[in-house]
Design a protein around this ligand. Structure first.
Ligand SMILES: [Zn+2]
Ligand SMILES: [Zn+2]
Length: 126
């Protein structure tokens, strides 16, 4: 049982790396093709576990289904308002240092997220 769970986790993590910021449904579709025995519930549970343990990021971009990212290094995301594609934006060069210090709302700030949106290259060509 333990061994099977480990194998499923590996399969799902590999799918995360292969797919580009996939939704849980996309991960399931990909995994299910090669391993029909892996259930949808398992995929959702394993992805939730990855997010909890910090193995993957759970991206909640406005107007989109939750997406997962195996890249847990600090970086930001741009999402296409036409097709929903998500791309990485390098954290370097974005002046975020002051955000925490200047938040003047009485909160003890634990973090922040920066979200970019626009039209991706493929959609620009249409
Ligand atoms: Zn697009
Ligand atoms: Zn990313």
């Amino acid at each position: 049982m333990q061994e099977r769970q480990t194998k499923q986790k590996t399969i799902i993590y590999d799918a995360l790396k292969t797919l580009d910021h996939p939704t849980a449904t996309e991960v399931y579709g990909y995994v299910h093709e090669a391993y029909p025995s892996v259930s949808r519930a398992t995929v959702f549970r394993v992805l939730g576990g990855f997010a909890e343990k910090g193995t993957a990021l759970e991206l909640r971009l406005s107007g989109h289904e939750v997406r997962y990212d195996y890249n847990v290094m600090p970086h930001y995301h741009a999402h296409c308002t036409v097709c929903g594609r998500v791309a990485d934006v390098a954290a370097a060069g974005i002046p975020t240092d002051g955000l925490r210090a200047t938040a003047d709302c009485g909160f003890e700030i634990e973090g922040y997220s920066v979200e970019f949106f626009g039209i991706c290259k493929a959609c620009q060509k249409r």
